[in-house]
Design a binder for this molecule. Structure first.
Ligand SMILES: [Zn+2]
Ligand SMILES: [Zn+2]
Length: 395
């Protein structure tokens, strides 16, 4: 089965597969969080050095790495950027394989160990062969899982200093079969924001609610009213999610009406106009609902990552490269968007580009303690980057 799937893979990448899987397992055993990636970045830079890439720049966007590989010909000034994320998550891994995390409370539960290894594999191949006319710039990014690593690299000049024309990235997708790709033009992943509501009132004895203001009741009314925004005010063909994920009051006692209640949650959108509408209505509904019960509400809204939006032509380039690797029947070109968020959106806001999903086969879901990246996806992902470089910058 695997051999049949690997048929479209170039011989050299198939040959590198065991070596790249070893790097992946080493990264998996040593997960690091956010911008604090000393072991990961040391491994990445030492491999890039070994491959003989033309330049390595460290500490771009705090702990990001940028590497440059020039083609055999450089009469074209074209520069194609490839991005991989390097960070893990604060999760306790549940596994019985040999490469289980050695750091308690930290785990590569989103497969960024796989993404980094895939791009390293492509780098090794491209540095050996250089069958393109132009320049490849590799961006190894910190802090995708919160922290704004993509933004940090962009603000440190990633696109301008290395004159990147187009930028591409990939993410593994559990339960999409190995050897498959999935993508869509336009919005692929959602804008993902957070909010916190603090309801304040006059607490009191639970036996005499008429002498207090009921912050718990006001909080409950707010939670229900928020769901009516998505069902009654957002147009039916648009997408919006408001999820309340926390509700706490300042007392554990059965017989006390609390002074305050705290409500937390996340909101997701595929369209910035809908986001504006929802945020405005959230404020009105929260303040109004609190007032009805004689309480006061403070609403804090934190903008997280923006919509990951695939540029039209770059999506076509990404599809063409995927078809060359996997064949037409294994590339889904118009999937439904997913309401998860990705900070690659910060790179796509500054340059045209595209983001694609790569099948991880049957596996636990991303961010699950039993998740593991599937090494069988490595040569397929590395081949996609190689195809993109050679197809976008032919000799
Ligand atoms: Zn993740
Ligand atoms: Zn991820």
């Amino acid at each position: 089965m695997i051999e049949e799937l690997l048929m479209p893979i170039r011989n050299r990448l198939a040959e590198l597969h065991p070596e790249i899987s070893e790097w992946r397992k080493e990264l998996h055993s040593n997960p690091e969080l956010r911008f604090e990636l000393p072991k990961t970045t040391a491994k990445v830079t030492s491999l890039l050095r070994e491959f003989g890439v033309d330049a390595i720049h460290e500490n771009v966007g705090i702990s990001g790495i940028v590497a440059v590989i020039k083609g055999r010909e450089t009469s074209s000034k074209k520069v194609i950027g490839f991005r991989a994320d390097m960070d893990a998550l604060p999760i306790n891994e549940i596994a019985n394989h040999d490469h289980i995390s050695r750091e308690r409370g930290k785990m590569h539960a989103c497969g960024h160990d796989g993404h980094t290894s895939i791009l390293l594999g492509a780098a090794k191949y491209l540095a050996e062969t250089r069958n393109f006319n132009g320049t490849v710039v590799l961006a190894f990014q910190p802090a995708e899982e919160g922290g704004g690593g993509a933004r940090a690299m962009v603000e440190d000049g990633l696109m301008d200093r290395w004159e990147i024309d187009e930028i591409y990235g990939l993410h593994n997708m559990p339960n999409l079969p190995i050897g498959n790709f999935a993508i869509r033009q336009g919005p692929l992943l959602a804008a993902s924001d957070f909010f916190e509501i603090n309801v304040r009132g006059q607490g009191g004895h639970a036996a005499m609610p008429h002498l207090a203001t009921d912050t718990t009741l006001a909080g409950a009314a707010i939670i229900i009213a928020l769901q009516q925004i998505t069902s009654r005010e957002v147009p039916a063909l648009e997408s919006a999610v408001i999820s309340v994920t926390g509700f706490q009051t300042d007392t554990m006692a059965h017989n006390v009406i609390p002074n305050s209640a705290r409500i937390t949650g996340t909101a997701r959108f595929l369209n910035n106009e809908i986001q504006k509408l929802v945020v405005k209505r959230m404020k009105d509904v929260i303040e109004g609902s609190a007032n009805v019960y004689g309480c006061h509400a403070e609403f804090q809204y934190v903008y997280g990552v923006d919509v990951t939006e695939n540029e039209m032509l770059c999506t076509d380039h990404a599809i063409k490269a995927a078809i060359s690797v996997a064949g037409q029947e294994r590339v889904a070109t118009n999937i439904e968007p997913i309401m998860g968020g990705e900070d690659f959106s910060d790179m796509l806001k500054t340059r045209p580009g595209a983001f694609i999903f790569l099948g991880n086969g049957a596996s636990a879901m991303l961010h699950h303690p039993e998740y593991d990246f599937n090494d069988d996806a490595i040569p397929i992902g590395s081949s996609w980057f190689v195809e993109l470089a050679e197809q976008r910058m032919p000799i």
